[in-house]
Every structure is written in structure tokens, then in C-alpha cells.
Ligand binder design. Structure first.
Ligand code: PBG
Length: 326
């Protein structure tokens, strides 16, 4: 290895043109998936813990789809804030073909047919317990939940979604859902599995946004992963691939980049990370206080996902990042 002064690392950093030439990673609006919140009301509601993000009425969604399309954002992920009166222990409303999610899917697809629409599969927006599954005798019952997740999946596919994104972390759900899709003739429906999803404090603002935090008693540690574990994440991903996932996700994002990098390296399939609500809120809050440069840190954080090997990022910054990217 040549040594200093033969080597001066600063030479390739000395001017914008050479920095542009040697840059290893590129972020584009094609890498972004835009998560949006919808609610049953007619007005646009601010979400206190997520400045700049709003709960939208379904009537606004054609506008959102057009904005995404114009910005080059390929896909939108829908999260519903369900009327508490419609919640029960089994999350029955999740399988109602006329529920809020289905109406949102329909609105997005009919106003913008070539926009990718992703629907979460999990019961927490619909359960009175705020848990992702059905609670029986104080425990989230895996196998009964699977039945309901399949019903929710088929309902959402019926409404026209392109991608199912199971975020519930029940065992065996990918295989169950894939089998039901094949049997039902939905051969092209994609599954983006939240394969390695951790029991994280970074989800706090999201639970406010969908209104599951007031319902939630206890935590989700019997199904979401222990933040201490890495080998277990690779096993989770391997299982989901075997069961029929087309793409996998790691969640949260920045604090779990090591996991995302290893997943991409080990399996080589399309790998996404979710820059979750708490990550978004921290950057926004610091920027609002003038403590960091908001746009700068936003772009730096998104680039980090690409550098780690992610194919794309679910981020509430999607419209802002697209604006900066021009
Ligand atoms: C629930 C779900 C959560 C998120 C996406 N789907 C929250 C949770 O597991 O409690 C979090 C997203 C975010 O924090 O932005 N199935």
C-alpha cells in the first residue's frame, strides 16, 4: 500500500466535480415509499408528534397520488386511524370490504392506476386491545390471528392493492397469506414482509397517528423482536422467503442498519427499511428547534439506507426528499 504523501485521500474530495465523480451511492425519488395516514373524518388533521404529517380524508387521496407520481415516488403505503367504535377483540373491521383501508386503496388506484399501493397486514388499527393479533386469555394467539390476517389480506387485495405488507410478526403468516392468494387466483400480488421487526420505542408517534396507543396495554415483546438479536433476524428473513415473500423489510431503520446490510448481503432479494415515526419525529423536532439542518440531516439519513444496501426506504420524508432531489 502506498503511503502519504503518495496517497492523499483529500485529493478526491477537493472540488464538487470530483466528489460527484467518485460518489459511491445515489438516492433517487424512485427509492422512496410514502406512508400516509387516513381517517374517517372529512378534515385534514395534524399529528402533534409528527410535525408536517397529517391524517387525511379519503377525498384527498387522488391529490396525494398525483403528487407522488409527479415527484417520481413509485409507491404509497396506507395506515388507517379507525373509529374506536368499530374496534373489537378480533379486529373484525379489518376484513370489512368497505372499511377505511379498502376505500383508500380504491381511491388511490382509481385516480392513479400505475401508482404502487401497499396495504399493511396487521390487526392493531382495528383491535380494541391495540395488539396486532387476537388476545385470548391475556395472550396474543398466533394461529387464530392467522385466520383473520388472511381475511384482511384477501379483503385488501379485493380492493385493488398491489402489495401486502404483513407487519404483525405472527409465525407462519407469510405462508398462510401466500397460499390463500394462490388459491384465490391472485398470482401477481406482491408480499413485502416486515421480516425483521423489532419491539421498538421508535414507534411511539405512529401509535398516536393511528390511534392505537390509547388502546394498547402492555407491549408487543411476545411477537416483535428483541433489539439485542441479529442471528434471529436472519432466521426470520429466511423463513419469510421460504414462505413466499417477494421483498423483505427491516424496521426500525437507522438503529438497525447493521441488520439491513446483513440481510441484503445474505439473501440478495429486494430489501427495504422503514424509517419509522420516532426517527422522523426526532429529526423534525431538532430541525424545528434550529439544532440541526433539517433538509441536510433528512437527506443524509436517507442516503445511509442506500449505502447500507437497501433498495428503498419507507419514509414520512418522501415528499420532502423528492422536493430536495428535484
Ligand atoms: C403495526 C405497525 C406499526 C408500525 C407500522 N405498522 C407499529 C407497531 O408495531 O406498534 C410503525 C411505523 C412507524 O412507527 O412509523 N402493525
Amino acid at each position: 500500500m502506498p503511503q502519504f504523501p503518495a496517497i492523499r485521500m483529500r485529493r478526491t474530495r477537493s472540488a464538487p466535480w470530483i466528489r460527484n465523480l467518485v460518489r459511491e451511492t445515489e438516492l433517487s425519488s424512485k427509492d422512496l415509499i410514502w406512508p400516509i395516514f387516513v381517517h374517517e373524518g372529512k378534515e385534514i388533521q395534524d399529528i402533534a408528534s409528527m410535525p408536517g404529517v397529517q391524517r387525511l380524508p379519503v377525498s384527498q387521496l387522488s391529490k396525494i397520488a398525483k403528487q407522488a407520481k409527479q415527484s417520481g415516488i413509485p409507491a404509497i403505503a396506507i395506515f388507517p386511524n379507525i373509529d374506536p367504535a368499530k374496534k373489537d377483540l378480533r379486529g373484525t373491521e379489518a376484513a370489512n370490504p368497505d372499511n377505511l383501508v379498502c376505500r383508500a386503496i380504491y381511491e388511490l388506484k382509481s385516480s392513479c392506476p400505475d401508482m404502487g399501493v401497499i396495504a399493511d397486514v396487521a390487526l392493531d388499527p382495528f383491535t380494541s386491545t391495540g395488539q396486532d393479533g387476537i388476545v385470548i386469555d391475556g395472550k396474543v394467539d398466533n394461529d387464530q390471528t392467522l385466520e383473520q390476517l388472511v381475511a384482511q389480506s384477501l379483503t385488501q387485495v379485493g380492493a385493488g392493492c398491489d402489495v401486502l405488507a404483513p407487519s404483525d410478526m405472527m409465525d407462519g403468516r407469510i405462508g398462510y397469506i401466500r397460499a390463500a392468494l394462490e388459491t384465490g387466483g391472485h398470482l401477481d400480488t406482491l408480499i413485502l414482509s416486515y421480516a425483521a421487526k423489532y419491539a421498538s420505542g421508535f414507534y411511539g408517534p405512529f401509535r398516536d397517528a393511528v390511534g392505537s396507543s390509547s388502546a394498547l396495554s402492555g407491549d408487543k415483546k411476545t411477537y416483535q423482536m428483541d433489539p439485542a438479536n441479529k442471528d434471529e433476524a436472519l432466521r426470520e428473513v429466511a423463513l419469510d422467503i421460504e414462505e413466499g415473500a417477494d421483498m423483505v423489510m427491516v424496521k426500525p431503520g437507522l438503529a438497525y442498519l447493521d441488520i439491513a446490510a446483513q440481510v441484503k448481503q445474505a439473501f440478495g432479494l429486494p430489501t427495504f427499511a422503514y424509517q419509522v415515526s420516532g426517527e422522523y419525529a426526532m429529526i423534525r423536532a431538532a430541525a424545528q428547534n434550529g439544532w440541526i439542518d433539517g433538509d441536510g440531516v433528512m437527506m443524509e439519513s436517507l442516503l445511509a439506507f442506500k449505502r447500507a444496501g437497501c433498495d428503498g426506504i419507507l419514509t414520512y420524508f418522501a415528499p420532502d426528499a423528492a422536493r430536495v432531489l428535484g
